[in-house]
Design a protein. Structure first.
Ligand code: G3I
Length: 304
């Protein structure tokens, strides 16, 4: 039978989901996870607070649960996220300056080494640009260690794992705007200077108030034209019924139109699994039944 993964594979793309290890005792959840998807992103289990709860002591068990299940299912894995201002363990969020910079480098080295050769891609840096409309960096403890923290993170990840594609990941970048253009300029600069970067992740958390921008595809294409892969990394679309289904189809069509768009990941399986479940933004309802949006994704890939 057709699945999201098989429909996408027929067009040379992956179709993935965020996965939560603590839901692996729910057989409806794991049934859908194992059957429908060809890529998996640990929703929280690879974040700094989860993997290095106290300084220089690492715990990988819940993330390994996800990675091992994916491997057993022939699914690939996206790592998420090595350096991010959010979900830092308390000991890190209270650091600054050289101490924080060194802690970030040590964290990336250890975690990227642990998963070396096992991941399709890493979200090396997540959400480093601000939403204030001027293309500036987000002011965070990591930013305050120096403007070069992002390239240091990428170089550190590459030194630890030469196989994973190294991505920059962000949200509110779904059209051509000050934030996406600032990221575009950073990627262009990195490529010009030989800073290792392979991909840009577009989270694409879409609100019903602001549906897909008309330049969504053009924005993806301009990054692809720089020579990096583009990935839709956290797709969820607030709404329901036909409107929601059509917007999902439009995201699929945009990715199909951009050769370097390698795949789409939805940020959860059932609406009840969503970080914003009240928006019913995913492809399966709370009982795990496919919604109209599911059918429109399948048909947008040209499958039936
Ligand atoms: O694991 C603890 C649990 O032990 C505790 O009982 C419970 C209540 O306090 O909290 C649980 O941790 C929660 C975790 O999700 C796992 O469920 C955290 O409080 C909660 O903050 C965390 O939320 C996650 C959020 O990132 C945090 O920033 C969401 O699940 C996750 O979907 C969301 O994902 C982010 C991406 O990583 C980056 N892009 C935006 C996206 C949505 O915010």
């Amino acid at each position: 039978a057709t699945t999201l993964g098989s429909a996408a594979s027929a067009k040379g793309k992956y179709f993935g989901t965020a996965a939560a290890a603590y839901k692996f005792s729910d057989s409806v959840y794991t049934g859908l996870l194992d059957r429908e998807f060809t890529m998996v992103t640990p929703e929280n289990e690879m974040k700094w607070d989860a993997t290095e709860p106290s300084q220089n002591s690492f715990s990988y068990s819940s993330a390994d649960t996800i990675v091992n299940r994916a491997k057993a299912n022939g699914q690939r894995v996206r790592g998420h996220a090595l350096a991010w201002h959010s979900q830092q363990p308390g000991w890190a969020s209270s650091l600054s300056g050289t101490a924080l910079r060194n802690a970030m480098v040590n964290h990336i080295t250890n975690v990227a080494t642990h998963y070396k050769g096992q991941l399709y891609a890493w979200d090396v840096v997540n959400e480093a640009f601000s939403d204030n409309g001027d293309g500036s960096r987000r002011s965070s403890n990591l930013q305050q260690t120096g403007n070069d923290w992002i390239e240091v993170a990428f170089k550190t990840a590459r030194a630890a794992d030469s196989t994973a594609k190294l991505c920059y990941n962000d949200y509110n970048t779904d059209g051509v705007n000050a934030k996406s253009t600032a990221i575009y300029n950073m990627v262009k600069d990195f490529l010009a200077r030989g800073v290792p970067i392979d991909c840009v992740g577009f989270q694409s958390h879409i609100n019903s108030a602001s549906p897909l921008p008309s330049d969504y595809q053009a924005n993806l294409q301009r990054f692809a034209d720089l020579g990096v892969e583009v990935q839709i990394t956290e797709l969820d679309i607030a709404g329901s019924g036909t409107t929601q289904a059509n917007t999902y189809a439009n995201v699929v069509k945009a990715c199909l139109a951009v050769t370097k768009c390698t795949g789409i990941t939805v940020w959860g399986i059932r609406d009840s699994d969503s970080w914003r479940s009240g928006d019913t933004p995913l492809l399966f309802d709370n009982s795990g039944n496919p919604k109209a949006a599911y059918n429109s994704v399948i048909s947008a890939f040209g499958a039936t």
